[in-house]
Design a protein around this ligand. Structure first.
Ligand code: SAM
Length: 276
């Protein structure tokens, strides 16, 4: 239940605010504070609908600490990791998708939060694709990619053991693996692009996943400053607004629920999914 403090400017309950603060501290990433405006714009719902899910992040503190421990043991406090892990968690808890697909795993911050939410839903599978790059020497050097794996580690190396059961992690280029993965599942309820950030590659991934998207599915893409018009073009093609997370280049949209109108675009009356 949402209990609001009358003096607080935040629409979150006190317990949800305390939980996200604790979880963010445990993860060691100050950017991880959830952007509520973005979440509610994506969901077409009020913040109240995610409050209870953000509040339960207090129980994720040991897992967040473990992710941080693993990063530190890998030689860096954090990696070029996904900046909105708690939003991923809340979206999956709210929408209860049967299949979540992500491209780009690296150490596995996004994966860990998807897996935790799916585990708590007791329903659904995460399918991840990653083509890792490996750090050149034992210690991280200036010429290394910020997403490089430390020596001896594999994609998703910071994901705690208790989350790994049932994870469909595929290693290779998404150019090859994404079409095959999508042929093997009936539909996709949430898709995250966080792999090769070029206009052509993002356009390829979006075009490939589009026929499999569930009505009301969420589609997210990070680092769109590098991918030109690919995401805005996709949003236009599916007839829904694109939502940016604050001033960042992490963007998303929610697929329409209804069928396209006569013009080929979805009618505006049906393009906003119902509240949750
Ligand atoms: C920004 S990182 C992913 C971060 C991750 N989502 C997280 O939360 O920490 C991008 C990852 O995509 C991988 N990658 C690059 N090109 C790829 C491709 N063509 N197919 C699949 N993965 C790719 C990179 O090696 C890297 O592991």
């Amino acid at each position: 239940m949402t209990r609001r403090n009358a003096h607080s400017p935040s629409p979150l309950s006190l317990s949800a605010r305390a939980s996200v603060e604790r979880a963010g501290r445990a993860l060691g990433d100050r950017r991880a504070r959830p952007n509520l405006r973005w979440l509610s714009a994506l969901l077409g719902a009020t913040v109240g609908s995610v409050d209870e899910y953000l509040a339960e992040l207090a129980t994720a503190v040991p897992l967040e600490e473990e992710i941080r421990r693993r990063h530190l043991a890998g030689g860096r406090p954090n990696y070029a990791q996904f900046r909105a892990p708690f939003e991923l968690y809340a979206l999956v808890r709210c929408l209860r998708p049967r299949h979540v697909v992500e491209t780009g795993v690296s150490s596995g911050v996004s994966s860990a939060h998807f897996l935790l939410a799916l585990q708590r839903n007791r329903h659904g599978t995460l399918h991840s694709i990653d083509l890792p790059v490996v750090q050149r020497t034992a210690t991280f050097g200036r010429t290394d990619s910020p997403v490089a794996l430390p020596p001896g580690r594999a994609s998703g190396w910071a994901v705690p053991e208790p989350l790994r059961a049932g994870w469909d992690l595929r290693v290779g280029p998404s150019q090859e693996l994404l079409p095959a993965l999508l042929r093997s599942i009936p539909s996709v309820g949430l898709f995250l692009h966080d792999s090769l950030h070029t206009p052509t590659h993002l356009a390829f991934e979006l075009a490939t996943v589009r026929p499999k998207l569930d009505p009301g599915a969420i589609v997210l893409a990070d680092n769109t400053a590098w991918t030109g018009r690919s995401f805005p073009r996709f949003a236009r093609a599916v007839g829904v607004p694109m939502r940016a997370r604050g001033r960042s280049d992490l963007v998303g949209l929610r697929m329409p629920i209804g069928p396209p109108g006569r013009s080929g675009r979805r009618s505006s009356a049906r393009s906003t999914p119902p509240p949750l």
